[in-house]
Design a protein around this ligand. Structure first.
Ligand code: XMP
Length: 510
């Protein structure tokens, strides 16, 4: 299998570069610049090396540098942004810093004829993000692109197959970025496209089989996509040595707990412990109305329950987590072992001791995780499940939480989800759910006055959940949901639809 090394100099798009390579069905491995030598690059048989960007300036004392020998290995190199400047610096060119030369954002670039730019028009848009720039290309290098401000937007030493681009071909704003990367991977590195998601599964399973032999592994399963995929993947490697603990805090959606239990126990034959801790959680939440306090209580209680359960299991060597790449970015921690707050409901217990933590999905993006999930045979409805907050219905019940309110909300929510499914619009809406407001209003049913709760329906469309549009659901779906909820769920006398986008509102009500 051909593989590409993404040599990490601390840039923000490193994973994206690896992902772009994987999209071409070529295996990419990311390594920190100080964790692999030029010799090892050769020995490990990489077909090409991509130097990533990075926040530094090559002349800074503390900036990351690399062994010049990498340029003479006979292995093609592509430097991006800082990586490009580093190549210039290593090969004897000049890098300058000037505020009036910085470029940020979409920039017109003019490229010359070159193997890297096959199929790329002379003039196109690229994405720039730099202050420093190469003022003189090193000897033996030709300049192959420029912008209005940047004299050396790309350069190459065709003989040694060393290329550098000041812009970011991995970012979609660089309109022909994909072509450039393809040219580098296929024409310059001569890679074969022989890597598939199945290969990721196979190689992970092989690796963990070897690494985790005779180890006892514990994983907190939430029933969400990430922890489920991590669990099934690890189970393939270590079987019964993996124990999954599923804490049911009693604030899950209708039938969700049973579905999770059934899937993992029956379909996959996994060692799954479901802890029914509804009472424990509801007792702690009694009388609490403040949203952040609810979150905190649930987070802490979750840890206590998990801890209590783990104690009964005897020796545990390793903790496994379903951390995925966006979690690593969001928590702002680069290359150290980040403990993912369990579905964002808090940290994991300090007093539990493990040899180490493993995170099998740490390098993957959400859609890649879903692809792995599908390939592992995880049910479609779980793989494509809409996001569900760790604190569950607690942040969808405004005011105090009681079992009665949770049951009522579960029913209303199930009806709304059913109607969306019936209308066949599940995949058009990113997240949809019911909220139990704390507001009661007067209604009339039959000839009698009622005084019941107001349920709010919420549906949003978004790519990243940082911003979201309220979904323009068909009136028929809203009408059917409203009429069914008021008829079928005792205690509800009014249904409203939330037509606020994010910002100014958030997706969840609390
Ligand atoms: P907001 O309400 O912040 O939601 O606009 C954005 C996305 O995050 C989810 N969310 C949470 N997820 N724990 C979680 O695991 C939480 O405390 C939490 N709060 C919000 C929300 O469902 C939406 O997908």
């Amino acid at each position: 299998m051909d593989k590409i090394l993404v040599l990490d100099f601390g840039g923000q798009y490193n994973q994206l570069i690896a992902r772009r390579v994987r999209e071409q069905h070529i295996y990419a491995e990311i390594r920190a610049y100080n964790k692999i030598s030029a010799d090892e690059i050769k020995k490990e048989g990489f077909k090409g090396v991509i130097f990533t960007g990075g926040p530094n300036s090559v002349y800074d004392e503390k900036s990351p540098h690399y062994d010049k020998a990498v340029l003479d290995l006979g292995i093609p190199v592509l430097g991006i942004c800082y990586g490009d400047q580093l190549i210039a610096f290593m090969a004897g060119g000049t890098v300058k810093s000037a505020d009036n030369s910085s470029e940020y954002g979409k920039t017109t670039v003019y490229v010359d004829e070159n193997p890297l730019f096959k199929g790329v028009p002379h003039e196109s848009v690229c994405f720039m993000s730099h202050t420093d720039f190469i003022s003189d290309a090193p000897e033996g290098f030709e300049i192959i692109a420029h912008t209005d401000k940047c004299p050396v937007a790309a350069m190459c030493d065709k003989k040694r197959k060393i290329y550098g681009v000041q812009f970011h071909p991995e970012v979609t704003h660089t309109v022909f970025g994909k072509e450039m990367l393809r040219n580098f991977l296929f024409d310059i590195c001569k890679c074969n496209a022989d890597w598939k998601m199945e290969s990721f599964i196979e190689s992970s399973v092989e690796k963990y089989k070897e690494e985790l032999k005779d180890k006892k592994i514990l994983l907190a399963l939430s029933g969400g996509v990430d922890s489920s995929v991590a669990a099934v993947l690890l189970h393939k490697a270590v079987g019964k040595n993996l124990t999954c603990v599923f804490v049911d805090h009693g604030l899950l959606r209708k039938d969700e707990g049973d579905f999770v239990e059934k899937t993992f126990k029956e379909k996959f034959g996994m060692n799954l412990i479901r802890v029914n801790a509804e009472e424990r959680f509801l007792t702690k939440l009694r009388g609490v109305t403040e949203p952040e306090k609810k979150r905190k209580i649930i987070g802490e209680e979750f840890i206590r329950v998990f801890e209590d359960e783990a104690k009964t299991l005897g020796r545990i060597d390793i903790l496994a987590q379903g951390t995925i790449y966006p979690d690593v970015v969001e928590s702002g921690k680069g290359d150290s072992a980040v403990i993912k707050s369990h579905h964002n409901v808090g940290g994991l217990p300090d007093i539990m001791s493990f040899e180490r933590i493993i995170e099998p999905l740490r390098d993957l993006f959400k859609d890649e995780v879903r692809e792995v999930g599908e390939k592992l045979g995880i049910p479609h409805e779980l793989v494509w499940r809409q996001p569900f907050p760790g604190p569950g219905l607690a942040v969808r019940i405004i005011g105090e939480i009681t079992k009665e309110k949770a049951d009522l909300l579960r029913e209303a929510d199930a009806i709304f989800r059913e109607e969306i499914a019936k209308a066949g619009i599940e995949s058009e809406v990113s997240q949809y759910f019911a909220v139990l407001t704390d507001l009661r209003s007067v209604g009339v049913m039959g000839d009698a006055r009622t005084y019941g709760y107001t349920v709010a329906l919420r549906a949003v469309t978004t790519d990243d959940f940082m911003t979201a549009e309220w979904s323009r659901l068909p009136y028929e779906v809203l009408e059917k949901s409203s009429s069914r909820i008021t008829n079928e769920v005792a205690g509800v006398s009014r249904v409203v639809y939330d037509i606020t986008s994010k910002p100014p509102a958030t997706v969840e009500w609390e």
